[in-house]
Write a protein that binds this ligand. Structure first.
Ligand code: IMP
Ligand code: MG
Length: 185
């Protein structure tokens, strides 16, 4: 285990189980729809590992796109305002079914903003899947369509999630030792 990790919250084995379960739910729901393109829209950078694993398990034909937004500074506290740093072009998503793939929901601001954004841009449908959800931290009302796991209000890293761009490559999700960010955020 990495020296800055206090405890493992979601192990590699559990992540695999979660991904298979969520992929099966997605397949079941999207099988009912008529025609159209399904686009998995990953929110960079945190969702990349989840996205890579999830797309392998989904049997429904999918396309992928990525977008980059920022709501955090460099610390562990959300700044609250969403900035689009890398967008997708309208023609990629018009009349498509969009499934936004996110690493974690905290305040709910990022996903509630993006769902409205894609509806305005002309998507046929917009749903959301998140690996992790911290419902205790919600500041705006938001319920994702698919959730990997609900977790308590602790700052976690690994499996794509970072603190200050570090720890993304850990194969599990772990609670970061507060010593690793104290005096920094
Ligand atoms: P929201 O808009 O407050 O829901 O923020 C969601 C974003 O905050 C996620 O995409 C993450 O980038 C970041 N975030 C929230 N909680 C954590 C955490 O515990 N570890 C790492 N990043 C987090
Ligand atoms: Mg992040």
């Amino acid at each position: 285990m990495d020296k800055d990790i206090q405890k493992i919250l979601v192990s590699e084995e559990e992540l695999d189980t979660i991904v298979r379960r969520v992929a099966a739910q997605i397949d079941q729901d999207y099988a009912k729809r008529e025609g159209g393109r399904l686009i998995l829209l990953g929110i960079l950078k945190g969702s990349v590992v989840f996205m890579g694993d999830l797309m392998k398990r989904i049997r429904t034909p999918v396309e992928i796109e990525f977008m980059r937004v920022s709501s955090y500074g460099s610390g562990t506290v959300s700044s609250g305002d969403i900035r689009i740093i890398l967008d997708v072009s309208i023609k990629e998503i018009q009349n498509c079914d969009i499934l936004i793939v996110e690493d974690i929901i905290d305040s709910g601001r990022t996903l509630s903003y993006l769902v409205d954004y894609f509806k305005l841009k002309g998507a046929r449908s917009v749903r959301t899947v998140t690996l992790l959800d911290k419902p205790a931290r919600r500041e705006v009302e938001f319920t994702p369509d698919y959730v990997g796991k609900q977790i308590p209000d602790e700052f976690v890293v690994g499996y794509g999630l970072d603190y200050d761009e570090k720890y993304r490559a850990l194969p599990y999700v772990g609670v970061l030792d507060p010593k690793a960010y104290q005096g920094n955020s």
